[in-house]
Design a protein around this ligand. Structure first.
Ligand code: DGJ
Length: 764
């Protein structure tokens, strides 16, 4: 996508308004001998060559702005929309599309920025256009995870930095827009600098605010909401006048809401419809909303949650907001939106050694043993895994301190010699001797009251003086805003990683934040702690991935409680949910896939009856459903029947062949487990060149005398013929697309079918 702020037909672009006092949050069209205060954000893009000082040749004349932009903006008097001071009659910020709105000067919608000025108590800002620049590539965002251009590929993207300033306070806002050449994506963030003489208090600084000038009632507001073990239900509601807001106040991105929203045209489905989506590269408190105002314009926003947030901005200091990822597909529907995000994240968010590598098939001992294990027991479980083809054994919670249950020892990252007398190094080598690599669980952000660390440093947890300390899962949260706390944890964990052959880390986080206060910050900065905690988290994660680049990190927060692009920047896969039941996972994985690539979804086969919901599902179905992610097992494979072991062996062989496709393929969701009476679900993963596809269909509830069913496929080449690798049957791509693949009648609930289709002949 070329750098162009006119972003699809619905994005407001400003009209031909000339008034020297125009508020530069909405800089108006460049009229030639203009004041720099009046310049159109849309014309900025087409004029870019004139400003590109790196060019050696005289720049070509700028192309004219796209015809018809003016018509998108309605001006003129509107009752109860006051005229902006100094502007011609009828120019009100209340009716104009704004790039970074503030409150208090005629716009009554939600602001993107609020700054309290202690000198006189004012919250008024008057941001005017100052300058702009367009640079190749994309700058890093200090201390924050962000999407990036690949090393040496500055042509992947270009960045517009639009600089606005408030003369009275000296506040400067740089709005960063990066457009990626190969993706329908723009990323946005804001950097706010205090060039004045007095400290200012930022009370709200969102990452992106986007005004649509065309009517948007009838659009769907789509959110991903849920709970522990029931993450990311897809919820769509019509936009209505007022605000629809989703957020987290829990200190993490949370199980309850995900930092993602989409606005979809009426009638949008998986394959059709115009969709805008917003995702935040952030793991702490966030907010996203859409506001439909009385003239049927919509303002969509995303950023750090203003709730309980404030930041003291001393003279000379800057505040960088997290990055928002904005995607627009003009007629690709929700499927097109997801594929755009997946491709973008695989290319420009995930990084490090493992981001594009097939992931090892792992065996995790959590649901096999919980806290009840010793070295011999673990070795035996691993040995069975090795015989069946597993590649990595992961030792979960309970290996340190004296942690025989979840009341104790977090923070004491020292091996429990009662359980593991030879230590971790000895256990890792015994596992390695089976032909498996070894991985380990940590929960680095937590501290138990019953720990040596807490006894030595009772002030190292988040807390508020003279107030009780609320516990979640019998534990407290370390104060990661403090460097000495992070350093101590880093040193303890890094010592273990340096000493034993550990190839995988599961990084868990099992409670949300309360009494969010820090012992070392002054009272005026206590509302910074939640954000400082996240910055501290990112700093320590960055240190780990830098010192241990070949370790595969898996994020986790009681399952999928922190499934967000911020974590994915450090950890290319996340344990999707503590609910490992295959039927529950249909919905959890479907919802998660709206925004996140399949390679990032960790999915395991576990025992039946399932430990979370008690459901009994066939081993085959459990495997088929878990295939759609970073695949593994979480049970004692030694307890399986021979028949089940054979099925596990088959699954592992099959996954090893299919994992390159699953890692890089395009997802097409075919039947939603959220639709109708929820009797089935289906999806396919197609190679980008349509040379092969893996199709999965799951029957949730079987039906007697069921009608003949066909599954219409997507993502295949209609000119190709496809062979089912299991049966040898062939089907034309056209037939699969228009008539569909015959679905065998299900003889029982919870049964599944998988087809691996490979293109054999081109018919043209
Ligand atoms: C929560 C995780 O999601 C589980 O997989 C497991 O690691 C437990 N924590 C261990 O306490």
């Amino acid at each position: 996508m070329p750098l162009h702020l006119y972003w699809g037909p619905s994005l407001a672009a400003d009209a031909n308004i000339e008034h020297p006092t125009s508020n530069a949050q909405h800089p108006t069209k460049n009229t030639g001998a203009h004041s720099p205060a009046v310049r159109s954000t849309s014309t900025l893009a087409v004029e870019r060559s004139a400003f590109d000082v790196r060019r050696e040749c005289p720049p070509p004349p700028p192309p004219p702005p796209p015809a018809g932009l003016d018509a998108l903006v309605r001006t003129g008097d509107r009752a109860f929309s006051p005229t902006l001071a100094g502007a011609p009659w009828g120019i009100s910020l209340d009716t104009l599309p704004l790039e970074y709105p503030v409150h208090g000067t005629s716009d009554f919608r939600e602001p993107a920025l609020e700054v309290y000025q202690p000198a006189n108590g004012s919250r008024i800002l008057d941001l005017r256009y100052k300058t702009h620049r367009i640079t190749p590539g994309k700058p890093a965002l200090a201390g924050l995870p962000a999407t990036f251009t690949r090393a040496g590929h500055t042509t992947d993207a270009e960045t517009l930095t639009l600089v606005l300033a408030d003369a009275l306070t000296g506040l400067e806002v740089e709005l960063l827009y990066t457009a990626f050449a190969a993706h329908p994506i723009i990323t946005r963030s804001a950097r706010i600098t205090n060039h004045g003489k007095a400290t200012l208090e930022i009370r709200r600084a969102l990452s992106a605010s986007l005004d649509f000038s065309t009517a948007h009632d009838g659009h769907q507001f789509i959110q991903l909401s849920g709970a522990w073990a029931r993450e990311r239900d897809v919820i769509a509601t019509p936009l209505r006048q007022g605000r629809q807001t989703v957020d987290s106040r829990r200190g993490t991105s949370s199980h309850q809401q995900n930092p993602f929203i989409a606005l979809a045209q009426h009638g949008t489905d998986e394959n059709r419809g115009d969709v805008y989506a917003f995702n935040l590269v952030y793991s702490g408190n966030w907010m996203a909303q859409a506001e439909l105002e009385s003239a049927r314009q919509v303002r969509a926003q995303i950023g750090i949650n203003p709730f309980d947030f404030a930041w003291q901005l001393a003279p000379g200091d800057s505040f960088q907001t997290p990055e928002a990822v904005l995607v627009h597909v003009t007629d690709g529907g929700l499927g097109g939106m997801s594929r755009a995000l997946h491709r973008f994240y695989r290319a420009h968010l995930l990084r490090g050694h493992w981001h594009d590598k097939p992931r090892p098939i792992l065996l995790n001992n959590w649901e096999a043993t919980y806290f009840d294990f010793n070295a011999d027991k673990l070795e035996k479980i691993a040995a069975t895994g090795a015989q069946l083809g597993v590649e990595l054994f992961v030792l979960d919670d309970g290996w340190f301190g004296h942690r025989d249950d979840d009341h104790t020892s977090l923070g004491d990252w020292v091996v429990d010699r009662k359980k593991l007398p030879g230590g971790l190094d000895d256990l890792a080598r015994r596992i390695n001797a089976q032909g498996l690599s070894f991985g380990l669980w940590f929960e680095p952000e937590m501290i138990s009251r019953d720990s040596d660390l807490y006894r030595a440093h009772p002030d190292w947890c988040l807390h508020v003086p003279d107030r009780a300390r609320t516990e979640g899962r019998q534990q407290l949260v370390l104060d990661y805003s403090r460097a000495e706390v992070r350093n101590a944890i880093y040193d303890a964990i890094a010592k273990i990683l340096r000493a034993a052959p550990i190839r995988f880390i599961k990084w868990d986080m099992n409670r949300h934040l309360t009494e969010v206060g820090s012992a070392t910050l002054p009272p005026a900065q206590q509302q910074e702690v939640a954000h400082r905690f996240v910055l501290g988290l990112y700093e320590i994660m960055e240190r780990f991935v830098t010192e241990f680049p070949e370790i595969l990190f898996e994020g986790c927060s009681g399952g999928g409680g922190r499934f967000d692009p911020g974590i994915l920047h450090y950890m290319p896969q996340i344990w999707t949910s503590d609910n490992s039941d295959a039927i529950s996972r249909l919905r959890i994985q479907y919802g998660t896939s709206l925004a996140y690539p399949l390679s990032t979804l960790s999915a395991h086969v576990s025992a039946v009856p399932n430990h979370q919901v008690g459901r009994v599902t066939p081993m085959r179905t459990r495997g088929d459903v878990a295939f759609t992610g970073a695949f593994g097992y979480e049970l004692d494979l030694g307890l399986l029947s021979d028949e089940e072991k054979n099925e596990v062996r088959r699954q592992i062989e099959s996954y090893k062949k299919l994992r390159p496709l699953l890692l890089t393929g395009d997802l097409y969701r075919l039947i939603s487990p959220f639709d109708g009476n929820r009797t089935e679900s289906a999806w396919l993963v197609a190679a980008p060149d349509a040379s092969e596809a893996l199709v999965t269909h799951v029957t949730i509830l079987a039906e007697a005398t069921a009608p003949h069913r066909f599954l219409r496929l997507r993502g295949l080449d209609p000119t190709k013929t496809y062979r089912d690798t299991a049966t040898g049957a062939t089907y034309s791509g056209t037939l699969l697309q228009h008539a569909g693949l015959p679905i065998p009648a299900a003889k029982a609930d919870y049964t599944s079918h998988q087809w691996h289709l490979v293109a054999v002949i081109s018919e043209q």
